[in-house]
Ligand binder design. Structure first.
Ligand code: C2E
Ligand code: MG
Ligand code: MG
Ligand code: MG
Length: 290
């Protein structure tokens, strides 16, 4: 090995690097084929109002059902999709799929609640995001109040004025917006003040420490206070235990999402959940939805 690199001083690539690059290229090709072969699916995780116990929405979460690899979780392919720009096509697919699914539910009498869609930072910097959202809502005749966009704190702040302007244009459409994984990115509070968002999502890394780590508890309490003082709601993600729920309720957190209430559900289960929820009274369908 030493002899080899001595002979070729400009060899930057180690076999491990080559291997990782190959794996990435394979994954990229797999993702492209997944789009063509329609191998992506969405699961839906309920979000609950802590005070009333009622379901107020669901988050759409992407999965890749690969014939070769099985069910691939998003953390294994979203980062690669982001680096390769495939996230734009995948993000379009998600937006399209959510609206098509909601239209089908509305047409077939499935009780529909608002759905939150994850938007990657690189999708957000595409300036026609506003046009795309308008277009897809119009094509499927989906009321904008039925859609929420989850943005991450790592939104490109190279051009903060442009980002804030785009957020206002999305707000004008009537969709709701939230900041996902709040507290894990770099929080520029002077921008937060100017963002036209509706809620902050407390990252599950803070929720999970809530009942045993006083520091996590302080952070959660502070984020709830911050949200409320800015006129926003706070939702905790990753709620798994009754103890966590109790603390969140005591601190005045507005909403929760987590395995304690429900795991993300495949479409057929989500439909059943919504139907049962309406008949048992834990799902409220928003009024005046055409
Ligand atoms: P996220 O948006 O913060 O979504 C919450 C994640 O926490 C989901 O993981 C969900 O399954 C998981 N989760 C929910 N409740 C619990 C709980 O009680 N305990 C634990 N341990 N986990 C819980 P998932 O579905 O694997 O998604 C991971 C991330 O992938 C998402 O984090 C989001 O950043 C990204 N992602 C998912 N779908 C999309 C998408 O359509 N587009 C984009 N750009 N990113 C997506
Ligand atoms: Mg999310
Ligand atoms: Mg999140
Ligand atoms: Mg998170």
């Amino acid at each position: 090995r030493a002899k080899e690199s001595g002979r070729n001083r400009f060899q930057f690539f180690t076999p491990e690097m080559q291997h990782r690059l190959d794996a990435r290229v394979t994954l990229e090709q797999g993702l492209m084929r997944a789009l063509q072969r329609d191998e992506f699916v969405l699961h839906y995780q309920p979000q609950v109002n802590i005070r009333t116990g009622k379901v107020i929405g669901m988050e759409a979460l992407l999965r890749w059902e690969s014939p070769e690899l099985g069910l691939v979780p998003p953390m294994e392919f979203i980062p690669v999709a982001e680096e390769s720009n495939l996230i734009i096509a995948i993000g379009n697919w998600v937006m399209e799929k959510v609206c098509a699914t909601m239209r089908e539910w509305l047409n077939t009498g499935v009780p529909v609640v608002p759905v939150a869609i994850n938007v990657a930072a690189s999708q957000f910097s595409v300036q026609d995001l506003e046009k795309q959202v308008r277009d897809v809502l119009e094509r499927y005749r989906i009321h904008p109040h039925l859609i929420e966009l989850e943005l991450t704190e790592s939104l490109s702040m190279d051009n903060p004025e442009g980002t804030i302007e785009l957020m206002y244009r999305l707000k004008d459409i009537g969709v709701a917006m939230s900041i996902d994984d709040f507290g894990t990115g770099y929080s520029n509070l002077s921008y937060l003040k100017r963002f036209p968002v509706d809620k902050l999502k407390i990252d599950k890394s803070f929720t999970s420490g809530l009942t045993r780590d006083p520091e996590d508890r302080s952070i959660v309490t502070a984020v709830i206070r911050l949200a409320h003082s800015l006129g926003l709601r706070a939702i905790a993600e990753g709620v798994e235990t009754a103890g966590q729920l109790e603390l969140l309720a005591r601190e005045g957190c507005d909403e929760l999402q987590g395995y304690f209430f429900s795991k993300p559900l495949p479409e057929a289960k989500a439909i059943q959940f919504l139907r049962d929820g309406v008949s048992m009274g834990f799902v409220n369908v928003p009024d005046a939805i055409p």
